[in-house]
Design a protein around this ligand. Sequence first.
Ligand code: HPA
Ligand code: ZN
Length: 340
Amino acid sequence: MDAIRRLIKAMPKAELHLHIEGTLEPEMMMQLAVRNGIKLPYADVEAIRRAFAFGSLQDFLDVYYAGMSVLVTSRDFFDLAFAYLTRMHAENVRHVEIFFDPQGHTSRGISFDTVLSGLVDALERAKRDYGITSKLIMCFLRHLPEDDAFVTLKQACRCKEHIFAVGLDSSEKAHPPSKFSRVFREARENGFVTVAHAGEEGPPSYVCEALDDLEVKRVDHGNRALEDASLVQRLVRDEIPMTVCPLSNQRLQVCPDLTQHPLRRMLKAGMRVTVNSDDPSYFGGYLTDNFLAIQSALSLDRSEIVTLGRNAFLSSFMDDADKQAALDAFNAFVAGFGDS
Ligand code: HPA
Ligand code: ZN
């Protein structure tokens, strides 16, 4: 194996854009369907895999929300999250910031507390067993009305000690960030940091709205920001992290040919780019696979990979002392990693 692939595998990593419901592997989907007596529209694991062929974000979301129906008890959420964290441990991932979609569950009669308690237990266990640190980011589903988001925010306000930030996901087109300006203002007033998906399928103006109206500290995806030179300047000047997801972009036809992926242009423009997996079960690869795929497609060199790896720690929501310790460990690892 060449040195750069060994470096990608061995380096300490952080993941900042990961939907926990998007880690539901077909095997677990079948198992949980049996455990909970849920009828799935798929005969077997192979049929589930065949459904993972997407022409757009909406195609994917339809399958993603259907898959969630097997998640019922706290134990299900624990098992889901702990399986992901166990994989991340094996991939030398040290820190994760995980999205969850409570409205995808409360709309089916699953309580907010059921979801959160399973996730929190898994994160605490991963800290104990693997030393993986984490933050939870609660996303609002942008295709639903503002009122629903307010109800969800109220639930989060009762559990502030477990939820660090709020985000915005689901169908982007026709659901601009400004639709949630008031919800995000109330979230900030309650002490939540904010992030949002923007510029994945939506126009650069949605990235501007995320910054101006939602006061986001990171942009999730943000690929299309490149279409607006003044926006790029602003993102560079303000060192706004972008959580880019190469295999997701490929599978959702945002960028079907990875050799044409904007990541290098984003890096060259001076943007603070990170690599992430988004929904790894559905898009065919976890964090390391995303690094390997984009390295190979764009022939990224060692210094570009190191920049991407370091950016993830720099862009994380760890407190200053933890961040410095993680960066020191990352830098020491890279300094000690020979090319042979
Ligand atoms: N975009 C929007 N919503 C999502 C995604 C995504 O990539 N993954 C899960 N929900
Ligand atoms: Zn996402």
